[in-house]
Design a protein. Structure first.
Length: 181
């Protein structure tokens, strides 16, 4: 049995592109929070057995290495936590975007992944504590991303970071499948 080569779209978006739900039930929010809560452990379990050459393998041609993906998750989710807190303490703030690709080229991305795994554990504890405390008004608080149309509420933000967690974890696990792991 021969396998079909993966398309660039599948390599870039192994879980599909983010699609924000139109509405969120309490069960939807519980599942979203669970995805965020469990990412650090799921990520650690995936990467713990990888050696340095494997961690330095890009997940697709021209893409980041698995190590860069782990460090990116920590950076991205740290930014998310700050955006969430700004949204809770300011009225519809405009958040600051950052150059993700530029950050991935910085010297700290050559550090062992353990530091970013620990960072994610702490950041996700904070995110989950906040999300679990939200009432309906807090879920509806909004911020503006200057590179996107309209305002985003915290329900959509939580859903996006749950997707983002699974999206990048899949970059790693799909690459590992290619090695028979």
């Amino acid at each position: 049995m021969t396998s079909t080569p993966l398309t660039d779209e599948h390599l870039r978006y192994p879980t599909g592109r983010f699609q924000a739900p139109l509405t969120y039930t309490d069960e939807d929010l519980r599942q979203i929070i669970n995805q965020i809560q469990t990412l650090p452990g799921r990520l650690r379990n995936a990467v713990i057995r990888l050696n340095e050459p494997q961690l330095n393998t890009p997940y697709r041609p021209g893409g980041w290495t698995l190590k860069q993906v782990v460090h990116h998750l920590a950076d991205s989710h740290m930014n998310a936590l700050m955006r969430i807190k700004l949204t809770l303490t300011e009225e519809n703030p405009t958040i600051k975007p950052y150059d993700e690709a530029g950050w991935a080229l910085q010297a700290d991305y050559r550090l062992p992944i353990e530091c970013s795994l620990k960072t994610l554990e702490g950041v996700h504890l904070h995110m989950v504590a906040l999300f679990e405390s939200f009432n309906e008004d807090e879920w509806q608080r909004t911020y503006v991303h200057p590179e996107r149309p309209g305002a985003s509420n915290l329900q959509k933000t939580a859903a996006m970071y749950a997707w983002h967690s699974n999206h990048h974890l899949a970059h790693i696990t799909e690459t590992m499948k290619q090695w028979g792991l």
